[in-house]
Design a binder for this molecule. Structure first.
Ligand code: ATP
Length: 463
């Protein structure tokens, strides 16, 4: 879907201008598919991660956190199927050498080309639709055949042969670490079935055409849960997890529910029992935000076979030994961040001007409260404002000092980064109007309304 009001462009520009997200290696001309999170971005991202961790570890029973090493034994990626089958169909424009991802170009013209199809099947669909697919750079319709391009990123970690003959891969997905430590967690934590493991970890993919800002990048983070269940006891829990994930977007992140929808996978991989995606309506249209997969016992069976280690669980209640089945949830944090930003982004009229405001949930906002002296060149105001600033900083941490420009400009700036409250110290605070001595103005981001609050009550009011 076309982004008719250029919302994506506006979000990218705001993200750069206000210190949320910068293009990676920008002073060297950039590096495709890599982004840096600036001072505001890292705060927003950390708040999202903290909320996710709380919801998936602390608020649950029988869920355990994990942070596994990024690099893994090379056989891990053979067992997982990534070395043999983790590829996208790539074709090259014969006129200008631009590379396209054929399945996505087919999808743009309404043809479903699924990741489970063989390269021959994809080529047959490609050939039948070549007339409708133009090179995004030069407009020509003269492409090579599609070939399967493996997305794993190689490294030479611990490989001293200098010929790249024994690559150790960067993680193509973060969740493999959970499978590798499943036995350690069982041995050390003695969990009862069903139990979950939650992890946030980096992933790298040689995406053919990284695009749509944080939506498709080559380096990203994934937040995963793997829930281990008794064989055939998957169905009910799967439905419960699906409900839980939906509620997390609506209540945990405050996302507008009308912008979310379910999509079931039509063509399941041979081992899967079911697979659904939660899609979000990004400025460029609905697309996958999170995958929720009922994976049977495939992952642990593969790792048992390739590692030669017994990965069966001995059920303390029945004495039975079995390989647990797995229910997986996996979401890219960059996509989650982009969904939160685009959902919060609003342009509206206030006090006769158009303002941009990020209506972020207060506990996600990169700055919790901004403190300003009405005038920056009046030392009495500045001194009092510094006192209030220090008090709030001690309580909330992410508090900003803002004395740049006039008050109106400061409000606009704080609106753009989503600061829920601005506190202003003025002459009434100092006692010009004795009845207002030691009170400050608190301005609400969403309504623009201001109220007078005693400094002694400020922390509890803001909380
Ligand atoms: P897509 O079809 O969009 O390439 P996928 O189905 O390959 O995604 P999974 O392998 O299921 O994705 O990964 C789980 C989640 O990781 C996705 O739902 C998405 O949120 C995120 N993700 C995957 N690839 C990328 C990427 N290149 N950039 C950012 N996030 C990604």
């Amino acid at each position: 879907m076309a982004d008719t009001d250029n919302k994506m462009e506006k979000i990218v520009s705001l993200a750069k201008r206000r210190g949320f997200v910068y293009p990676g290696s920008e002073i060297y001309g950039g590096l495709a598919g890599i982004y840096d999170f600036g001072p505001r971005g890292v705060e927003l991202m950390n708040n999202i991660k903290r909320a996710w961790w709380k919801a998936h570890v602390y608020d649950k029973e029988n869920y355990f956190g994990l942070d596994s090493g990024m690099f893994k034994h090379p056989r891990v990626w053979e067992a997982s199927g990534h070395v043999g089958g983790f590829s996208d169909p790539l074709a090259e424009c014969r006129e200008c050498n631009t590379r396209i991802r054929v399945d996505k170009e087919l999808a743009n013209v309404g043809v479903v080309a699924d990741e489970k199809m063989s390269i021959e099947e994809i080529n047959a669909l490609f050939d039948a639709n070549r007339e409708s697919i133009a090179c995004p750079k030069c407009g020509a319709k003269n492409f090579s055949e599609a070939r399967a391009f493996n997305l794993l990123v190689k490294s030479n970690l611990g490989d001293f042969t200098s010929d790249g003959g024994e690559p150790v891969y960067l993680p193509g997905e973060a969740c493999q670490g959970i499978y590798l430590d499943y036995k350690n967690i069982v041995d050390t934590m003695q969990p009862k079935m069903p139990f979950g493991v939650a992890q946030i970890g980096k992933a790298f993919r040689n995406e053919i055409s990284p695009r749509n800002f944080l939506f498709r990048t080559r380096e990203f983070e994934q937040a995963d849960t793997q829930v281990f269940v008794r064989p055939n006891e998957n169905k009910e829990l799967y439905e419960e997890i699906k409900r839980d994930r939906w509620n997390w977007y609506v209540n945990g992140l405050g996302i507008d529910e009308s912008k979310l929808r379910w999509k079931q996978h039509e063509n399941l991989v041979f081992y899967a029992a079911d697979a659904w995606d939660i899609e979000y309506e990004f400025p460029t249209g609905f697309d996958e935000l999170e995958g929720i997969h009922d994976r049977t016992n495939y992952d642990l069976t593969q790792h048992q076979e390739f590692s030669g280690t017994d990965l069966r669980y001995t059920d303390p209640e029945t004495g039975e030994k079995y390989i647990p089945w797995i229910l997986e949830t996996s979401v890219g944090l960059g996509r989650m961040f982009l969904a939160v930003l685009s959902d919060a982004y609003h342009e509206e009229e206030m006090d006769g001007e158009t303002r941009v405001v990020l209506r972020l949930k207060p506990d996600l906002a990169p700055v919790r409260v901004a403190v300003s002296p009405l005038l920056r060149n009046k030392s009495e105001l500045v001194e009092k404002a510094r006192e209030v600033y220090k008090m709030l900083k001690q309580e909330f941490g992410n508090v900003a000092w803002d004395d740049n420009g006039n008050i109106g400009k400061r409000y606009r700036r704080q609106d753009e980064i989503g600061t829920p409250y601005c506190v202003v110290i003025d002459f009434d605070t100092l006692g010009e109007n004795p009845s207002l001595l030691d009170t400050v103005t608190v301005r609400d981001r969403d309504t623009g309304e201001q109220q007078r609050v005693a400094i002694s009550e400020l922390i509890s009011v803001l909380k």
